[in-house]
Every structure is written in C-alpha cells, then in structure tokens.
Design a protein around this ligand. Sequence first.
Ligand code: UT7
Length: 322
Amino acid sequence: MTYSRITGTGGYLPEKVLSNQDLARMVDTSDEWIRERTGILKRHIAGPGEATCDLAEHAARAAMEMAGRKASDIDLIIVATTTADRIFPSTACLLQQRLGIHGCAAFDVQAVCTGFVYALGVADRFVRTGGARCALVVGAETISRIIDWTDRSTCVLFGDGAGAVVLEASEEPGILSTHLHADGRFETLLHVPKGISTHYDDVMAGKAYLQMKGNEVFKVAVNTLGRIVDETLEYNDIDKAQIDWLIPHQANIRIIQATARKLKMPMDRVVVTVEEHGNTSAASIPLALDVAVRDGRVRPGDLLMMEAFGGGFTWGSALLYY
Ligand code: UT7
C-alpha cells in the first residue's frame, strides 16, 4: 500500500515583529489582556513589499532542502492561503514559477485557518492514488493585509508567516488519515464580508477586513475540535495515549489547552507557537511542525495529531507518522 510521508519541513516569518506593547499604543488594549485571553506575546508582520508568495518561497525552499529534493522532483504544488498575491494566477502558480518548476499541477486551496489541513488532505489523496509522487504543500498568509488595525477585537490576534512540507510516496506509513469538514451556516461569525464579485471597489481600495464574533467562534471551536479528535482516533482505532505530539492550529492558547485536556495530553507534548507567531491562519500548523522538527522534539516515527478550525466554518484533522 502506498502512503504519503512528510520528508521535509520549512518555515518563514517576516522580519518585522509587532509586540503587545506596540499594539497597546495603537488601540485600547494591554499586554496583560492579550496574554491572558490569547497567550500571544508577539506576531510577525510582512513588510510593505512582501507578499504571500515571498513568504511561501522561503518556506518551500527550506522544506525542499531538508527533503533533499530539487525543483525537477516536485510534481504537485498546493498552496493554502486566504491572502493570495493576485486575483489570478494562483499563488501556487506564482510559487511554481519562482522555484523553476514547470508543468506539474499547481493550485490554491482556500479554507482559511484549516487551509493547510485541507491542502494536506488533498495532496495525500493525490499521492496515495498515484497522481503525484513528490508534492509541495504550503500554508502561507499575509493576513495583516485584511486586518482592521483600529479593531482591537481582531488586530491583536493575527500574524503573517508561511510553512511548507514536502510530501512523498512511501511504502512506510506516513499520513494515516485526514478528516475535512465545513458548515457554511456559520459564515458570518468569522468572515471578510466583501469580495471581488460583490464589492470590487472596496476590495481594490483595501477596505475589506476580517470580522469575528470571537466569543461565539471560541465556543464552537472548542466543541468541534473535541469532536474531530475523537473522529480521527476512532477511524484509526488508535488510543489517545499513543499520540506523541499534538500540533494544533494556533489561534488561542485556551483553545489549544482545551483540546490537549480532551486528549489527556500534558502541555509538554503539545507544540505551541501562538506566543511567538500569533494566529497565522493557514500557516500556523506547518510553521509549528517546522519549529518542533528543527528543535528536535518531533522525531521520525512519532505519531502526530494535527487539528484546525477556521472561517467557513471549516475544520479538519490529520493523523500521521512523521
Ligand atoms: O483561527 C480561527 C478561529 N479563531 C478563533 O478560534 C478565535 C476564537 N476566539 C477567541 O480566541 C476569543 O474569543 C478572543 C481572544 C477573540 C476574545 O476573548 P474572549 O475571552 O472571548 O473575550 P470577549 O470577546 O468575550 O470580550 C471580553 C471583553 C469585552 O469587553 P466587555 O464587553 O466585557 O466590557 C471586549 O470588548 O474584552 C474586550 N476586548 C478587549 N479588551 C482589551 C476585546 N478585545 C480586547 C482587546 N483588549 N484586544
């Protein structure tokens, strides 16, 4: 049986750092409030000339280097992003060109904070069914571009960044399963209420901002993530005690702690980057994975649970041997 396995990871954060203290000078907030309610201490923000594809390229090159793969080896590119460089071509096509790869399928996936898990699920199906042998799967965002920097309820939460993995065909187990879900009934709890087809002029003028009813999103997120980890364990007939590392989407430390409690996992088995990165949407899971691989926590053969929840609502999980 053919599996898909992660053979390289990469991450990239823009140079500019925005601290809680910086934000307290911009809106009516405090370092104490942000730390207590979210766990976030700082986040990275893309520079004026820096676009999502620039971040994606850094992360992708690092993942390819770790995997020992060159451009000609890559036969599928999927970029999960909510903040594409252009209306079209897709960021995946722009990335393909940057990396000097020609001819393979390249497309974007848009599932907001669940984007990377969606992209991984799609790439896994390509690899397992023989449609690709060496895929580049990227989560990249310049979410700062759709933030209203006068809205304290959202501007303190997000940051920019990119993470990437190389996913290769293997006879050894890698990804065991991915579980992808959505429910559009909740669209207005977390959304950018404007888009190209409805408010073209506002979008072009940069007046299309993320809006969130944080408290309501929080409750649904905690319950939904609790359900999806159960679904994932049951599907694989695996006990929660077997999981080595939880690699969650990094939206809020309290949401992460709730899922860890549900899995009875101590926090030292959970990869947490939310303090340093904030919520980087589709980039958060591959960034967290890359941090834990490079600092030696995640080791070959470890069993990882990834889970995410985001706008749509969308949610998803992946259970995999690293
Ligand atoms: O990644 C996609 C999924 N996203 C999420 O999962 C995010 C889910 N939501 C959350 O993480 C939390 O709901 C937040 C961190 C966004 C908010 O925390 P909360 O504990 O749910 O606070 P709240 O929205 O209930 O607001 C509590 C108070 C309010 O004041 P009043 O009405 O009690 O007087 C807010 O106006 O905190 C106020 N507040 C702030 N105060 C200082 C809201 N934002 C801020 C702020 N600084 N930045």
